[in-house]
Design a protein around this ligand. Structure first.
Ligand SMILES: Nc1nc2c(ncn2[C@@H]2O[C@H](COP(=O)(O)OP(=O)(O)OP(=O)(O)O)[C@@H](O)[C@H]2O)c(=O)[nH]1
Ligand SMILES: [Mg+2]
Length: 330
């Protein structure tokens, strides 16, 4: 299951009240005020994490409350602060205020944190209010309520590379070969219904975050198939890998297949169409595949890369090419 939208309510903790109390000691009949301050209420904090890939979790439990601060005590004891609640969200989550409709933040980087609801300020104990006139103050300040917010979360995947192509082009198979992700693969169109993200390790310290998306069909930009809902995820990828099935079992000819996808990308948004992309002939194994790849080259008027996720031929070259583009755009 995948969710790219969720409505949630967050309530930060209330600040603890300040205490009213007076020192009581033997032989000191009139002890001064010693009521301590309360503790601050806990915050609600969003944390962007690559380990989260969907808003399903928060959509299922949409209410969060942080702990209240404790009240102040006698002998100037300060109440303990309330525990904050940290909520992990996928990188690429946009946060909107539901009431005002404005965007509050965009979680774009791993580890990025945002305090979305601030814990209430702590109240002050009566120990602060003594003066020469008022030596026995019976006043203390109450803690403030924590912030409460109704939010709308929207996920737009923030991957380095978005996989595009017709249904059955071999996108999920490619993802499963280059990353640890295990998307469903099958020989029928629309196997992938939900975007999936995988991380390809290129060498010791470099990685590429790759998003596998449902196949696009003619009319996707206008809402046909599953495409439209998912094209917005491609919008924020740095580069596209466009796979064209060049085997003899392909649904369309390489030329038609290529043109269909280009048209949909252009119709959806010029920004998308202008993204740097790598075009690769997929399922190129025997002479048939090679023939298909040549047909594709002829259609686009330039050389195209070839790959097979079954024999792994051409995979490293394609990843290299993608890495070059992504590094340039960072
Ligand atoms: N011969 C060959 N078959 C492949 C290759 N890659 C994928 N396939 C097959 O092509 C079919 C479709 O593969 P998927 O990876 O599910 O294709 P997809 O593009 O993710 O399809 P959708 O999710 O429906 O858009 C499966 O039967 C795969 O086994 C390849 O490199 N060579
Ligand atoms: Mg798939």
């Amino acid at each position: 299951m995948f969710r790219d939208e969720a409505h949630i309510e967050v309530v930060a903790g209330k600040g603890g009240d300040g205490a009213v109390s007076f020192r009581t000691e033997k032989y000191v009949p009139q002890g001064g005020p010693d009521g301590g301050d309360g503790g601050r209420g806990g915050d609600i904090i969003f944390v962007a994490s690559r380990s989260q890939t969907s808003l399903l979790g928060v959509a299922r439990s949409p209410r969060y409350r942080a702990q209240d601060g404790r009240n102040g005590g006698t002998r100037k004891c300060t109440g303990e602060g309330g525990d904050s609640v940290r909520i992990e969200l996928p990188v690429g989550t946009l946060i909107f205020d539901r009431a005002r409709g404005n965007r509050l933040a965009d979680l774009v980087e791993e580890g990025q944190e945002l305090v979305v609801a601030l814990g209430g300020r702590a109240g002050k104990g009566n120990c602060h209010f003594a003066n020469s006139i008022r030596q026995e103050p019976r006043v203390a300040i109450m803690g403030k309520e924590g912030e409460r917010r109704e939010l709308r979360l929207e996920l737009k995947l923030f991957a380095d590379v978005g996989l595009v192509g017709l249904p059955n082009a071999g996108k999920s198979t490619f993802l499963s070969v280059v990353t640890k992700a295990r998307p469903k693969v099958a020989d029928y169109p629309f196997t992938t219904l939900d975007p999936q993200v995988g991380i390809a390790s290129l060498n010791d310290y470099q990685t590429l975050v790759i998003a596998d998306l449902p196949g696009l069909v003619e009319g996707a930009a206008a809402g046909v198939g599953l495409g439209h809902r998912f094209l917005r995820h491609v919008e924020r990828c740095r580069a596209l890998l466009h796979l064209v099935d060049c085997s003899s079992t392909a649904i369309l000819s390489p030329k038609e297949s290529y043109e269909t996808i280009r048209k949909e990308l252009e119709e959806f948004s010029p920004v998308l169409a202008a993204k740097p992309q790598v075009l690769a002939a997929s399922k190129v194994e025997g002479p048939e595949g090679e023939e298909g790849a040549r047909e594709l080259e002829l259609a686009v008027g330039q050389p195209v890369m070839r790959l097979s996720s079954h024999t792994h031929q051409g995979i490293a070259e394609v990843l290299n090419e993608l890495q070059g583009i992504v590094l340039e755009s960072r």
